[in-house]
Design a protein around this ligand. Structure first.
Ligand code: BMA
Length: 327
């Protein structure tokens, strides 16, 4: 069935590259697009995922409440920039339609357009952080699968179509705290519940800016000859962790193989909303809109665990940059 999000993206957020700018990705000049206290009971919205659906932009947002605990909220927007965040958090049902109790916390969602539904992946609580998966067709009912992953793992995204007959997930196993390690692994599933055939895709530490950990960001973007994946990479300084955005290209039929790995970060915290906030020096990409007709990409990223921001590039520009700066 045709994917509902395949329609031409109307009003996709976009801003031309500033004159004289030579980097691979540029920021939206009116960042942040979501400021502190965007809705009652929510102090910060960041690390969130938007897609195009039914002639509008709809997202699953991480909202940290007034007690600091994160939950997931649906939000809507006509232009992908000005979002109205629902007042009430998402309540999940199980596969029999029964309402599930709140697991305690939920964060860092990814939304994957898949056939005629959307898959949502996020970090949930199973006596510690691990990956949870739900399906939705309308962003009203979210059917949660029964504990697909063991703790600890807090960073997952699924490819937007099956490859060789399987769903494929990129994830980053972790520990129960502020994990001081992180590599990207690939896992396969036939049904979104049982995952196996795990493969190491890439270890951290190939450059200083990702010395400590690497993790998958937005849904991989299909190219003619591979998959473009934005990642986060973490450096450890004497003053704490620094999260930057990086880029790699994976093999089209076997995405456990890395074809190109950019030695430079694509974007690193520089603006005040990235360097000052709840957690300074963090930029964390979690979704990307792609206009396949003109190659434009709009990346949503969290800034300093406080704000939601946008950055832009094109497929051609970023792919060339990654290839030209690949080691
Ligand atoms: C990671 C995740 C993100 C967060 C980042 C920086 O481990 O928990 O939610 O943005 O740390 O604090």
């Amino acid at each position: 069935m045709k994917n509902k999000s395949d329609n031409k993206l109307m009003n996709m957020p976009w801003e031309e590259c500033p004159k004289g700018f030579t980097g691979p990705i540029w920021r939206y000049s009116l960042n942040p697009i979501i400021n502190r206290h965007p809705a009652e009971n929510i102090s910060r919205v960041f690390n969130s995922a938007a897609v195009y659906f039914n002639n509008e932009y709809v997202g699953v947002f991480r909202g940290d409440n007034l007690d600091d605990i994160p939950h997931l909220y649906v939000g809507h927007s006509k232009d992908g920039i000005n979002f109205e965040i629902n007042k009430d958090k998402i309540v999940f049902v199980n596969e029999s339609g029964e309402v599930l109790e709140d697991s305690g916390y939920q964060y860092d969602p990814r939304v994957i357009p898949f056939e005629d539904y959307f898959i949502v992946v996020w970090c949930d609580n199973l006596s510690g952080p691990t990956i949870a998966i739900a399906k939705t067709k309308d962003f009203k009912t979210f059917v949660k699968f029964d504990s697909p992953f063991l703790p600890y793992n807090r960073n997952g995204v699924i490819f937007p179509r099956k490859i060789n007959g399987s769903y494929l997930m990129l994830s980053r196993p972790s520990d129960s705290g502020h994990t001081a390690f992180g590599d990207i692994f690939l896992s396969e599933s036939k049904d979104l519940t049982y995952w196996g055939k795990h493969r190491l895709v890439m270890k951290c530490g190939y450059e200083w800016w990702c010395a400590l950990k690497v993790g998958a960001g937005p849904v991989p973007i299909e190219l003619d000859d591979g998959w473009l994946l934005f990642i986060h990479g973490v450096n450890r300084t004497c003053n704490g962790y620094v999260y930057s955005i990086g880029g790699i290209i994976l093999d089209k039929n076997d995405p456990s193989k890395v074809l190109y790995r950019c030695k430079n970060f694509l974007l690193t915290p520089e603006e005040q909303y990235e360097t000052c906030g709840f957690v300074p020096n963090v930029i964390f990409p979690t979704s990307a809109l792609v206009d396949k007709e003109n190659g434009r990409i709009a990346i949503y990223y969290g800034a300093s665990d406080t704000y939601t921001c946008l950055a832009f590039t094109t497929i051609e520009r970023v792919v060339n940059y990654i290839k030209e700066h690949s080691r």
